[in-house]
Design a binder for this molecule. Structure first.
Ligand SMILES: NC(=O)c1ccc[n+]([C@@H]2O[C@H](COP(=O)([O-])OP(=O)(O)OC[C@H]3O[C@@H](n4cnc5c(N)ncnc54)[C@H](O)[C@@H]3O)[C@@H](O)[C@H]2O)c1
Length: 402
């Protein structure tokens, strides 16, 4: 097992990672003094790996209580937060207790928020179980729930005491969640190049079917953490330089929100957004044909594809791009959309402090059309979307908390 500590500014957070190392993780947990652990699951993380984890705690005579929420973005709610707080308080949670969210980004966010609120903040040790959460959401102090149909509106910053992870839990993820984690890793490889590119391209060449072993996951996760660490060291709350992690998001996020609920993962949407960004950069003379080919070849290795749609989503995507939340960072004129663009792998285009280039709307529209065509899986007729009440707003009005 390794400790790959990472920084939030001056704060160093230990990150214990290994393969089939649950027993060793229990020994690590014991070193933190506490009266009781409070473990948060969703139904899936509990079903796949909960028994194994709790057995190890039992074998080590570690006292714990649990709380399980249903899976899915629709459950990152005030009602579930209330349920978690009530459960933990009634089960004897004190200032000496530690909360361990054992799950994906949703479990991490809502139980992380509970840790930040209980007694004005108790210790939080993340145990991420998705590929996205393990290198993306846990390397953030942001804890939040969705509220009044807006995503991540109610929350706070809460520093984790540690992160613990056993990569064997990732082997039960489906392809959609693997691609979601990969999309963010591809973004890191493009932002930083160097060894981040080499590690990823090597693993993708060795695992063309995207079925990674626990050891391969470990190498990818460590690479992802090291990439984020480059910026978190100087921008602990992701307020300034953190904006570069928004590469691929302007169009990618708009596409994600315009697809039927839960049909396209966040990371895959970002991958499609990066194909659009390179199209824009190339049209504006910022990225050469050769550099674009190398950039796009990396992305293509994770096979980003739109779900089968029952209508053209261009207008829905376009309207969301027009309201992208990066507006306001730099003054813009009418007819201009701000985008983060790359020159080549390992080098972002930096026209200003915020890396935001003013792109004419016409070029953005062409890039959207291009990626929608390129990544299309086809149109399916006579299959109306199932609209889940109360959910459209969460997805439609997502605001990134930069
Ligand atoms: N705080 C941040 O900065 C930050 C960063 C990135 C994402 N997020 C948040 O994270 C959330 C998305 O996280 P996510 O992609 O992990 O989604 P998720 O938590 O919904 O997990 C995806 C699915 O995988 C299931 N699952 C979890 N572990 C599993 C396992 N080992 N095997 C099989 N299935 C498993 C979950 O139950 C769920 O159905 C969003 O709400 C997003 O806002 C936050």
């Amino acid at each position: 097992m390794k400790n790959i500590s990472f920084n939030f500014g001056e704060d160093l957070v230990p990150f214990y990672i290994g393969t089939n190392c649950l027993a060793q993780l229990a020994t690590i947990i014991k070193q933190f003094k506490f009266d009781q652990l409070f473990i948060g699951f969703d139904d899936h993380s509990k079903f796949y790996h909960g028994a194994r984890f709790l057995n190890i705690l039992d074998q080590n005579s570690i006292p714990y209580s649990t709380c399980v929420i249903p899976p899915g973005e629709n459950n990152k709610t005030l009602e579930n937060l209330d349920y978690i707080l009530c459960t933990f308080i009634q089960k004897g949670c004190t200032r000496q207790s530690i909360i361990i969210p054992f799950g994906g980004g949703i479990v991490g966010n809502i139980f992380g928020l509970a840790a930040g609120l209980l007694y004005r903040g108790i210790r939080l040790i993340h145990f991420p179980t998705t590929f996205l959460a393990v290198h993306d959401s846990v390397t953030s102090q942001k804890q939040a729930i969705n509220y009044l149909s807006y995503k991540n509106t109610v929350g706070l910053f809460h520093l984790p005491t540690a992160v613990i992870h056993d990569t064997s839990v990732l082997t039960t993820l489906d392809e959609k969640n693997i691609k979601s984690g990969l999309g963010e890793l591809v973004k890191n490889a493009i932002l930083f190049g160097d060894e981040f590119y080499d590690v990823l391209i090597n693993q993708l060449n060795c695992h063309k079917d995207l079925k990674f072993s626990s050891a391969a996951f470990e190498e990818l996760v460590i690479s992802g953490i090291n990439a984020k660490n480059r910026l978190l060291k100087h921008d602990a709350r992701e307020k300034n330089t953190g904006i570069v992690f928004e590469y691929g998001h302007t169009i990618g996020h708009a596409i994600e929100l315009s697809c039927p609920h839960n049909s396209l993962s966040h990371g895959e949407a970002v991958a499609i957004g990066m194909l659009a960004a390179s199209c824009v950069a190339n049209k504006m003379g910022i990225m050469s044909d050769e550099d674009r080919a190398k950039h796009d070849q990396l992305i293509e290795k994770i096979h980003p594809r739109l779900p089968i749609l029952d209508k053209d989503i261009f207008l829905a995507v376009w309207n969301r791009v027009l309201h992208d939340n990066k507006r306001g960072y730099v003054p813009t004129e009418k007819g201009i959309i701000c985008m983060i663009l790359a020159k080549r792998i390992g080098e972002l285009h930096q026209p200003n402090l915020y890396y935001l280039e003013a792109v004419p709307e016409e070029i953005v529209a062409q890039a959207i059309r291009y990626v929608l065509g390129k990544t299309s899986s086809g149109l399916q007729h006579n299959t109306p979307y199932q609209v889940v009440l109360g959910d459209a707003g969460v997805r439609g009005c997502d605001r990134l908390s930069l």
